[in-house]
Ligand binder design. Structure first.
Ligand code: SAM
Length: 414
């Protein structure tokens, strides 16, 4: 956050004058802090988005603008209601194991998927950017790599396997704010259109594409990936990729069939799926496993987690020949690997600090304070709590190897 010299001087003068007169009681000081913080808030509201270095990297400017900046779609007074109604779709979670995994509860979320996912991303997009960056996904990691290097390697791997190059026309299915598609565009020279259901992400992502000077080759459109035929001409694209996005789908056959239709014959669909791993010991009759699964679902806006067999079957039922599929995190605890969940668990680097337990605690204290001062909208702390709990469940799922966010698949349109 940058205050103009004039504003800073004015704030100093006001507080010095008041101190000199000794007129401030403790209550008065609190009022000055409150007013001062609000002045700073108003001055710093014009968040400068930064496609290159990261938008929320400045602790204050980031915190002061979270869930309330000029691109925000959700109005400040709707944050609390939105997070309440989002959480009501996961009734019983963290209290009564199995309740949110009942058929009725899952069906309710499948029916309400649009509101559920859109609300979720209205609430968490700023937190994701602040804690993680513009690519909203995990990555298989090897020793010696930074988190950003792992994330980019994971994206470039998809581009490599799909054979992308300057002549490729591609779709990013569930593109977030477009971090991966911009990296892949700059790596391959391809033309990429990303789809997300969330209007806020489209606004932010297109601003970043412009800042990077690649908006002629890379754009985000708002749309539902359950209805891709309403967005894309049939038989037009060479490649589609989906990174940790179709886990939100209420019906993968519908989603993948839309991808299939948009691809040319022989077109390639690659991606990473979030799944539970019966092959790694996930047992649906084990209470601890269900507790972790439900925790991941509520913290990430998912109807229900699938298995690898579900993914393969859905691809086949959608007109694809499945060429390859495997858990890219296999061997996650070998000495040469860094577990994909490691950053969430607490590896301290300057860049990665915010994603660590202590970093999350600092963010939590910051947003609680800002909410208390009426700077952050009411409900912001609740979102922060939701994400912190989610991080713990993801770590447990990763440690037990009963969950992976990186189930790689590659399929060809028949
Ligand atoms: C975890 S984020 C991943 C984003 C991106 N692939 C990345 O790695 O940065 C999931 C994305 O899927 C999108 N999404 C979920 N359901 C969707 C739907 N029905 N239609 C379009 N986008 C959807 C969300 O809006 C979000 O952008």
């Amino acid at each position: 956050m940058v205050l103009s010299d004039k504003t800073e001087k004015m704030l100093n003068d006001i507080s010095n004058a008041m101190m000199d007169k000794g007129a401030i009681t403790s209550v008065g000081k609190a009022c000055v802090a409150f007013v001062g913080a609000n002045v700073v808030y108003r001055v710093s509201r014009n968040l400068k988005r930064d496609a290159h270095g990261g938008t929320f990297t400045d602790f204050f400017a980031g915190g002061f603008n979270i869930l309330s900046n000029k691109e925000s779609i959700l109005s400040r007074d709707k944050v609390k209601d939105t997070v309440d109604s989002y959480e009501s779709l996961f009734d019983g979670v963290h209290k009564e194991t199995g309740k949110s995994n009942s058929d009725d509860s899952i069906k309710k979320r499948e029916k309400e998927y649009k509101t559920m996912v859109d609300s979720y991303y209205n609430l968490v997009t700023d937190f994701y950017e602040m804690g993680w960056g513009q690519s909203f996904h995990f990555a298989p990691r090897v020793k010696g790599e930074t988190l950003v290097e792992s994330i980019k390697r994971c994206e470039y791997y998809l581009a490599l396997r799909a054979g992308m190059g300057p002549k490729t026309k591609a779709i990013d299915v569930g593109c977030g704010v477009g971090g991966p598609m911009r990296n892949i565009q700059q790596f391959t020279g391809s033309d990429i259109t990303g789809v997300t259901i969330n209007e806020y992400q489209v606004k932010v992502g297109n601003e970043y594409c412009q800042q990077k000077g690649i908006d002629d080759k890379c754009r985000l459109v708002q749309g539902d990936f359950q209805k891709l035929n309403e967005i894309f001409e049939p038989d037009t694209y060479d490649v589609a990729f989906a990174i940790e996005a179709t886990c939100h789908s209420p019906d993968r056959v519908q989603c993948f069939s839309g991808v299939n239709k948009a691809l040319k014959k022989g077109g390639i669909f690659v991606g990473y799926e979030w799944i539970v791993l019966p092959e790694g010991g996930f047992d649906k009759n084990n209470k601890r496993h269900i507790k972790i699964k439900e925790g991941i679902e509520v913290g990430s806006g998912l109807p229900t987690l699938a298995t690898s067999a579900d993914i393969v079957k859905a691809l086949e039922d959608s007109g694809f020949e499945v060429l390859e599929h495997f858990d890219a995190n296999k061997g996650v605890h070998r000495p040469n690997q860094i577990p994909w969940y490691d950053t969430l668990n607490g590896t301290y680097t300057i860049k990665g600090f915010r994603s660590t337990r202590l970093g999350r605690l600092c963010t939590h204290i910051m947003v609680s304070t800002l909410e208390f001062l009426w700077i952050a909208p009411k409900g912001t702390t609740q979102v922060s709590t939701l994400l912190s709990a989610n991080a713990l469940d993801l770590v447990e799922g990763g440690k037990d190897e009963i969950f992976t966010p990186s189930y790689f698949f590659m399929a060809r349109k028949k």
